[in-house]
Design a protein around this ligand. Structure first.
Ligand code: ADP
Length: 501
């Protein structure tokens, strides 16, 4: 009998289900988009019923189109958009509000209050995070206040959960109220060193323990899929935040191994092993996964404008028609003719942290043209990623040997070669580009014995493309000097946020 594992990938804009075989290859895939709700500028919500229905529909549909008998499905793993916050009634399962999505800025004033009250250092030390409205803690505080639910929460009548938790509650028989350590580490309520909720932050945000889920391993059987869904009880055997699943799906099992996802933004995660590393440049320290009670940590950094700069070339500048054209256009010139493009449209993140920086094109001469600007835009994605890699390398005192890549823009071979050149290390692209789903499937398969251990997973993990640096050290140093000079010109441009000078 064959064995298959299904990943449920609950993302920000769609819910997907992907079936993998024992060779970790994609057999079938189905996804459904759902509505984004914007009640006010800066606010983002999802309808919990839409999340659940699209996820269940994609699961049923992927099994149907694959033709695989349900008896051959060994396990299901869940991976999810992180930080998105929900509460529901413990007795009825009824959600009490829309899901407040990670992007939502409504709790920025609560974060400011926490910082004013002196919690900033505590948050960094205990949770590994930088205080921000992004994370779940202030969203939960907002919900309890807004809906006047503090008393009910104390009486244990309510459940808080991130999307993994909500799906586990609804899909697994017996309604377990659980979350995994990776998702817990994104709440800004969780002590990543002690692996427990932090009473100081629970107190500061007036959140009773009675509303919190039990924190379980990332890989491990949570319970059995409710038989009403596929007609059979299948172990639900993994819960993992999407970036953590992707790090696992990239086979980054050893300290120092890192992956970068080139999407709208870029997400870079580095496995730092058994000890959390405190970053000196504002990188986040997070739980990579917890397996068999053993915690592995990671550093995380993000590029705000990654592939989005290519969308800008297409939609605003009308320099290109399709993202994929950029590869040929960049290759049509031998360099950018000294042009640098810093796409700090919304400010700069790590390692600069300058919200007053704005997008800049420098080094223009009379000969500079469309191809040079397109090339400079692609190079900017690589430079920004290299800045993060450099900071992480400094934080943990080890130089990277390779970077594993995925995401839409990793299809661009010019970009990947330039990334390798500018980092001075190999760039490796896997055969399965669906690394988030793959990670969830591998974590679930590991829990039920489809794959024996991480060594066996490393053996089934296949690469598609491997690039080595072709650029000399002197050239690399020269280009990086130019980039850093361009960044410095972009910095401190506007006087204050929302003020156009
Ligand atoms: P997300 O998951 O954030 O929506 P994807 O992983 O689907 O992102 O990647 C889409 C992004 O990658 C877009 O911003 C797009 O501009 C960029 N992109 C896609 N294909 C290419 C390409 N061949 N070269 C450069 N950028 C690309």
């Amino acid at each position: 009998m064959h064995k298959y594992v299904i990943a449920l990938d609950q993302g920000t804009t769609s819910s997907r289900a992907v079936i993998f075989n024992e060779e970790a290859q994609v057999v079938a895939m189905k996804s459904y988009e759902f509505e984004q709700i914007y009640p006010q500028p800066g606010w983002v919500e999802h309808d919990p019923a839409a999340i659940l229905n699209t996820q269940v529909d994609s699961l049923r549909e992927v099994v149907r189109i694959s033709g695989i008998p349900v008896e051959e499905i060994a396990a299901i793993g869940i991976t999810n958009q992180r930080e998105t916050t929900m509460i529901w009634d413990r007795a009825t399962g009824q959600p009490l509000y829309n899901a407040i999505v990670w992007q939502c800025r409504r709790t920025a004033p609560i974060v400011k209050r926490l910082c004013d009250e002196g919690y900033e250092e505590h948050i960094r030390k205990v949770t590994g995070l930088v205080p921000d409205a992004y994370f779940s803690g202030t969203k939960l505080n907002w919900l309890l206040d807004k809906l006047d639910l503090h008393e009910r929460a104390k009486r244990g009548e309510l459940c808080f959960g991130t999307v993994d938790s909500f799906l586990a509650w609804n899909l697994v028989s017996g309604h377990p109220h659980v979350t995994d350590a990776t998702n817990a580490s994104r709440t800004m309520l969780y002590d990543i060193h002690k692996n427990d909720w932090d009473d100081t932050l629970l107190g500061a945000l007036n959140i009773p323990r009675e509303i919190l889920p039990k924190v379980v391993d990332t890989s491990g059987v949570v319970g059995m899929l409710d038989t009403s869904i596929l007609g059979r009880a299948i172990p639900v055997a993994a819960l993992a935040g999407d970036q953590h699943a992707a790090l696992f799906g990239q086979g980054c099992f050893k300290p120092g191994m890192m992956k970068n996802t080139y999407g709208t933004g870029c997400f870079l995660l580095m496995n730092t092993g058994e000890l959390p590393v405190t970053s000196k440049s504002g990188m986040i320290s997070t739980i990579a996964w917890r397996i068999g009670g053993e915690t592995t940590y990671a550093l995380e950094g993000s590029v705000f404008v990654g592939g989005a700069v290519i969308q800008w070339l297409r939609d605003e500048m009308k320099l290109i028609e399709r993202a994929s054209e950029t590869e040929m256009i960049a290759n049509s010139v031998k360099d950018t003719a000294g042009v640098y493009l810093v796409p700090s449209f919304t400010g700069l993140g790590a390692p600069y942290w300058d919200m007053y920086s704005r997008g800049t094109i420098v080094g223009l001469t009379r000969g500079a043209g469309r191809a040079h600007i397109v090339r400079a835009a692609l190079e900017a994605i690589a430079y920004q990623s290299a800045d993060l890699v450099g900071s992480m390398a400094t934080d943990c005192g080890r130089k990277p040997r390779e970077l594993r890549v995925d995401g839409g823009a990793s299809a661009n071979q010019f970009l990947m070669q330039f990334q390798s050149d500018i980092l001075g290390c190999d760039v490796i692209r896997p055969a399965v580009i669906e690394t988030t789903a793959l990670g969830a499937a591998l974590l679930a398969g590991l829990a039920v014995g489809v794959w024996k251990d991480m060594d066996e997973i490393s053996r089934v993990w296949k690469m598609d493309l491997s690039l080595t640096p072709l650029m000399g050290e002197a050239q690399r140093a020269k280009l990086l000097r130019g980039w850093h000079k361009a960044v410095s010109r972009s910095m401190n441009w506007i006087m204050e946020e929302n003020d156009p000078l």
